[in-house]
Write a protein that binds this ligand. Structure first.
Ligand code: AMP
Length: 407
């Protein structure tokens, strides 16, 4: 778990601001759900045999003995809220996004934390391919607006309960003959979640799955039609995507479309965003049979890709004040300007002019006003532009009107 200091936090703010703008254009509204949910919600939705539920959740009994979990992802809580509020009874699709912390007890490495932050985007109450395409187009817009290059969208279809069982059998038949080559986790996955073997990162497993049957060849007609329409729509919108048969993702609830955005320069943890369709989840959690699709991206991982700011924020005005009376004047003047939204800095103690100017310089203040007993008496003070070095006398009663930001 990491602290984010202002330089880092500003990157997040930039990402969030761009995300909100893009999301707004696609008609999404923001939702906030609790960080804590009942443990069984995640066990039922994400799946008992997934890495998250098996070994990564922060779970504890609260004072009433209820088992609670700090959310490892946002979809389950969002669907719980959707059902509880009966929002499903209103005409859909319901487009929602959530920004907040998620918790997974994973092995930390670059880009992988135990508390991380996601922007999670969901379209609930719709099963048509246009929603899938809209989400991917939006993700592409967002990454483009953030100035990220070299990001690619990987795409796959996992089929549905009608066609996946036959695929699973075919895959199991194939993997069974290679059981001896698989890692311990994957040997277990053969019994619980054989599709996960396809995206195991262990090299021996990757070699073992070479030539495995592909889901694409087992899709039923309805899934094929859906997938073809998704590809047609995103291709038409200019989204650069690549089909990836190995993209199965780690959660049980996915059906049909799954996708990820990957960046070349992130190392092993190269997925900046990932998601997919989960048509069975709303019903499974007690709602009606309505489709849904969503994706999430990690703020920390995106922040790693953003260049540092060219111009970190700096005070618009530094008032260097000497003597008790000038310091009192500076304090009230600063308060007035700050009320108008201007960043004004003062020295917290009575320091020499030199020390005050050093601090103003260090903070990269745009302008410095120098006020001492004599300036107060004369009713005017020098205002120095720090970029040009130019200095002008300014009447003290003109400081607020001159410096006030344009409304
Ligand atoms: P997931 O919920 O696993 O599909 O992940 C969606 C996105 O969340 C990933 O593409 C990452 O950007 C981010 N993410 C997931 N797990 C972590 C983690 N442990 N640390 C940092 N970011 C993460």
């Amino acid at each position: 778990m990491k602290d984010a200091w202002p330089d880092e936090a500003r990157k997040w703010q930039r990402i969030e601001a761009v995300a909100r703008e893009v999301l707004f254009a696609f008609g999404f509204g923001e939702i906030k759900t609790p960080v804590l949910e009942k443990t069984e919600l995640f066990a039922r939705s994400i799946g008992e045999a997934t890495d998250i539920v098996e070994k990564e959740m922060y779970t504890f009994a609260d004072r009433s003995g209820d088992s609670l979990t700090m959310r490892p992802e946002a979809t389950a809580g969002l669907v719980r809220a959707f059902i509880e509020s009966k929002t499903y009874a209103q005409p859909g699709p319901h487009k929602l996004f959530l920004i907040g912390p998620m918790f997974r007890h994973e092995r930390p490495q670059k880009g992988r934390l135990r508390q991380f932050h996601q922007i999670d985007v969901e379209v609930l109450g719709d099963d048509g391919p246009q929603s899938d395409a809209e989400l991917m187009v939006m993700l592409a817009h967002l990454l483009e607006r953030l100035g990220l290059s070299g990001v690619q969208i990987k795409l796959n279809s996992l089929g549905c309960p009608a066609c996946r069982p036959a695929y699973r059998m075919a895959l199991l038949g194939f993997l069974d003959s290679r059981r001896g080559k698989l890692c311990d986790d994957c040997r277990r996955r053969l019994d619980t979640n054989p599709l996960r073997v396809l995206d195991c990162k262990v090299e021996a497993c990757q070699e073992a799955v070479e030539g495995a049957p592909a889901m694409a060849e087992h899709l039923c007609q309805a899934c094929q039609d859906h997938f073809n329409m998704v590809k047609q729509l995103i291709g038409g919108a200019g989204v650069d995507y690549q089909l990836d048969e190995r993209l199965v993702r780690g959660l049980d609830y996915y059906t049909r479309t799954t996708f990820e955005a990957v960046a070349g320069d992130l190392g092993a943890q190269n997925a900046v965003a990932g998601g997919g369709r989960y048509d069975g989840l709303i019903e499974m959690l007690g709602g009606p049979a309505q489709g849904a699709i969503g994706f999430a991206f990690g703020l920390e991982r995106l922040a790693l890709l953003l260049p540092d700011e060219k111009d970190p924020p700096a005070p618009a005005l530094y008032i260097a004040a000497m003597g008790e009376e000038a310091r009192a004047w500076a304090f009230t003047t600063a308060a007035e300007l700050r009320r108008l939204g201007l960043w004004v800095e003062l020295t917290p103690e009575d320091k020499s002019l030199k020390a005050q100017l050093r601090r103003a310089n260090k903070m990269n203040a745009a302008k410095v006003l120098i006020v001492g007993p004599e300036e107060l008496k004369a009713g005017k003070a020098p205002l120095k532009d720090m970029a040009t070095g130019e200095q002008n006398e300014l009447a003290l009663d003109q400081v607020v009107p001159v410096m006030a930001p344009a409304q």
